[in-house]
Design a binder for this molecule. Structure first.
Ligand SMILES: [Zn+2]
Length: 393
């Protein structure tokens, strides 16, 4: 399993030159490859082209970085072959690149004295970047639309927890509408708050409708039309960034809390069916469809797996209605779940409690539960484990 650390680098002359060198090499590879196809009807192998082009024209790139460029071309060729099986409109890679991503393999990567040293072709300065982390096995620098972005890949050991279903290491995670996610690990309940997220979503909807109303009054393509469109796109992009940020921070927080508690298995309520089957009227439908469940589930899954935890999806029908103490089904009213048998608990924790119980196949819950701990959104929290040395938390 891999994980990637990203870093924004801005723009520099050295990066421009390297990226340009990679672009030239990519174009050379591409042109030669298709020329041979056209003239001889031969589809060359990567090894041949790597032999033809051991480096870029000016030898700026490390030999292995040059190989990586050729390999990238063949990778896109391969992906086209895959795609065309299902998509008749799939196009092979034909476009020349003026700039192209630069890649370094392990042989060209070193970390010395808090600096990441990426070697280049003989006689060229290495690329040096301040670095506080471990040595990656693969580094790629590409353009993110505004500036260069470094992506450092790490390989994580595949140490997986054992299959046993030990009571102590299992947490149920219930994805909700009011809360982003609620987790229960047998002792404690954690709530990843989703209030701010919801308000952003609401604002997003409002903004979208305001925009379409404004646009409807203007002539399509006119100057005013374009102005409103541009401003709207900017505002929406900003909102999207904020939503993404909150989602990342909250899920990271939840997962690292569970990890710190010694959780090895995360059981997530699977509600993928809700979208297709449920119809609760337009208002609630909008709410349901926008719960971002898919994304939340995805974030929690990969973040937990990155820390070596196992993730299980469970069908969560009625999990938030069933009483964990007597199995009776109640419609919860208000913030507290109450059952005729005397069981009382914070309403949002019940789903997580039941998910954990179902997975463990264990009996009914008895005794008094600790009340839930809220995990509030902290704007300055770290989004990923990027700030720490991985994979510790
Ligand atoms: Zn009950």
């Amino acid at each position: 399993m891999y994980f990637v650390r990203k870093l924004k680098l801005g723009v520099s002359e050295q990066l421009q030159l390297l990226s340009r060198a990679a672009g030239e090499l990519y174009s050379q590879t591409l042109v030669s490859f298709w020329r041979v196809v056209r003239k001889k009807g031969l589809w060359l192998k990567p090894a041949t082209l790597m032999r033809w082009f051991p480096s870029d024209p000016e030898n700026r790139l490390h030999a292995h970085s040059a190989d990586a460029v050729v390999q990238s071309f063949f990778a896109s060729l391969k992906s086209w072959r895959e795609r065309r099986k299902t998509d008749p409109n799939a196009r092979p890679p034909r476009r020349r690149r003026y700039y192209y991503k630069i890649q370094w393999k392990a042989s060209a990567i070193k970390v010395v004295n808090g600096k990441l040293r990426l070697s280049n072709g003989k006689g060229n300065e290495p690329l040096v970047i301040p670095w506080a982390w471990d040595t990656p096995v693969w580094v790629e620098i590409g353009w993110d639309g505004r500036q260069y972005e470094l992506r450092a890949c790490y390989k994580l050991s595949d140490a997986r927890p054992k299959e046993e279903r030990k009571e102590s290491g299992v947490a149920g995670v219930d994805l909700g509408e009011i809360h982003l996610a609620v987790a229960h690990d047998g002792e404690n309940t954690y709530i990843a708050n989703g209030r701010l997220l919801r308000s952003k979503r609401r604002y997003q909807n409002k903004l979208k409708s305001t925009l379409s109303r404004l646009l409807a009054r203007k002539r399509r393509g006119s100057r005013r039309y374009r102005r409103v469109l541009a401003s709207g796109r900017k505002q929406l992009a900003r909102l999207n960034h904020q939503i993404r940020d909150i989602l990342h921070k909250q899920t990271t927080r939840l997962v690292s809390t569970l990890y710190a508690r010694g959780v090895q298995t995360v059981v997530i309520g699977d509600i993928r069916n809700i979208r297709v089957s449920a119809d609760y009227g337009t208002r609630l439908n909008q709410k349901l469809h926008q719960m971002l469940h898919g994304q939340t589930r995805h974030h929690i899954t990969y973040k937990a797996e990155r820390l070596g935890m196992k993730v299980v999806l469970l069908d969560e029908r009625y999990s938030s209605q069933t009483c964990p103490a007597c199995n009776k089904r109640n419609k919860p009213r208000g913030r507290v779940y109450r059952c005729g048998c005397g069981f009382e608990f914070h309403r949002d924790g019940v789903g997580a409690l039941n998910l954990r119980r179902t997975y463990l196949g264990s009996g009914l819950v008895v005794g008094v539960m600790a009340s839930p701990t809220g995990l509030r959104f902290q704007p300055h929290a770290l989004c990923s484990s990027a700030g720490r040395s991985h994979p510790a938390v």
